[in-house]
Design a protein around this ligand. Structure first.
Ligand code: 3PG
Length: 398
């Protein structure tokens, strides 16, 4: 059910769980995609005269206040994007929250301080979590779940609070699920999946599940070196997950058996050190099977970029998660750029799956509307594609 099913919300306090977990450099927001994406649901509620109380997390603080992870700069930016003042509570369920919420008038918005400053939010103990959800629930008359990026977390502000208040699915969550369903239920073919990012271990579930469904799997990013090593190549100082070598080998075999084409880079861009602030990068393109012992791979090479783009050229469905290299450094951004460019040109549905790849697309200056969909969920979109039940969705459907 959507927010219209909550009935007349004028004068009601509506707790909205948004995902405002954006990358920050000090107080500067380096990618505001998630803040922007959270605006329409909040706006729809204020337009109806609701008193909106936004609850969200930032980073992974340890269950107690930590100024580094304050949502204050995010709340300010949200206010600018909404075009109205946003009140900020310096705690989540304490005196400040209670006073801030009590002072709200119809159509006004408050943001609560980082919900993960409270141990109850992420506790594994159901009772502890539920008790904290009870405190959250006291601040509101209804709950709207709109933080797609966190629906895979069984946490108090995502899951338990929905058990305590009349609730509805926000428009962002509904839209995300709609698109992701098109990747899992009878996807148009060819269906090509591009995976990157640093760790294979984060992608095991999704590879497992997609080996039976996708037509092609293109692999780049830091995780590719474990695959290259699994094929018997030396990878120098590149990222390597020794404990995943057997798994990678088995994926390569299974792909072969099931007729899924796995494409690995044939050339890579290396340097002798990981890019860091003051050091000038020395990028060098080498064949993927000849990475020097003193070097590490930081991007897929130009030949691979072309091959990946060619493999995407006739795709009817594409899912891309994880950058192809260290795109934050221009010398290692071209592989990611080539894939992003190719996605803008595919004839079918192209989906950029959250987190770093979404940030990369924006940082590299692509027009977001050139993609079919840019998800706000990193882990959440992966778990959806793994076919796992997402607690934050399941609880709304109960
Ligand atoms: C994300 O960044 O993927 C979401 O905000 C969830 O954050 P988490 O992985 O710290 O739970």
């Amino acid at each position: 059910s959507g927010i219209d099913d909550l009935g007349d919300v004028r004068g009601q306090r509506v707790l909205v769980r948004s995902d405002l977990n954006v990358p920050l450099d000090g107080d500067t927001i380096t990618d505001e995609g998630r803040i922007k994406a959270s605006v329409p649901t909040i706006k729809a509620l204020t337009d109806k005269g609701a008193r909106v109380v936004v609850v969200a997390h930032l980073g992974r603080p340890k269950g107690e206040p930590d100024p580094k992870y304050s949502l204050r700069p995010v709340a300010e930016r949200l206010g600018e994007l909404l075009g109205q003042d946003v009140a900020f509570a310096t705690d989540t369920v304490g005196e400040s929250a209670q006073e801030t919420v009590a002072a709200l008038e119809d159509g006004q918005v408050a943001v609560l301080e980082n919900v993960r400053f409270n141990g109850g939010e992420t506790s594994k103990d159901d009772e502890v979590r539920s008790a904290f959800a009870g405190q959250l629930a006291q601040l509101a008359d209804a709950f709207v779940s709109d933080g797609f990026g966190v629906v895979h977390r069984k946490q108090a502000s995502v899951y338990d609070v929905a058990l305590r208040l009349p609730h509805a699915m926000g428009g962002l969550v509904a839209a995300e699920i709609d698109v992701l369903r098109r990747l899992t239920v009878d996807p148009a073919r060819p269906y090509v999946v591009v995976l990157g990012g640093s760790k294979v271990s984060d992608k095991l579930g999704v590879i497992d599940n997609l080996l039976g469904k996708a037509d092609k799997l293109l692999i780049g990013g830091g995780m590719v070196f474990t695959f290259l090593k699994a094929q018997g190549h030396e990878v120098g100082k590149s990222l390597l997950e020794e404990d995943q070598l057997d798994t990678c080998r088995s994926y390569l075999e299974r792909a072969e058996e099931s007729g899924v084409e796995i494409l690995l880079p044939t050339d890579v861009v290396v340097d002798t050190e990981f890019p860091s602030g003051d050091r000038e990068p020395h990028p060098r393109v080498v064949p993927a099977d000849q990475i020097p012992a003193d070097s590490l791979g930081l991007d897929i090479g130009p030949e691979s970029g072309k091959a990946f783009a060619a493999a995407l050229s006739d795709a009817q469905t594409v899912f891309w998660n994880g950058p192809m290299g260290v795109f934050e450094t221009p010398a290692f951004a071209e592989g990611t750029r080539a894939v992003a460019q190719a996605l803008t040109e595919v004839p079918g549905l192209s989906v950029v799956g959250g987190g770093d790849s979404a940030a990369a697309v924006r940082q590299l200056g692509f027009d977001e509307s050139a993609f079919g969909h840019i998800s706000t969920g990193g882990g959440a979109s992966l778990e959806f594609l793994e076919g796992k039940e997402l607690p934050g969705i399941a609880v709304l459907e109960r």
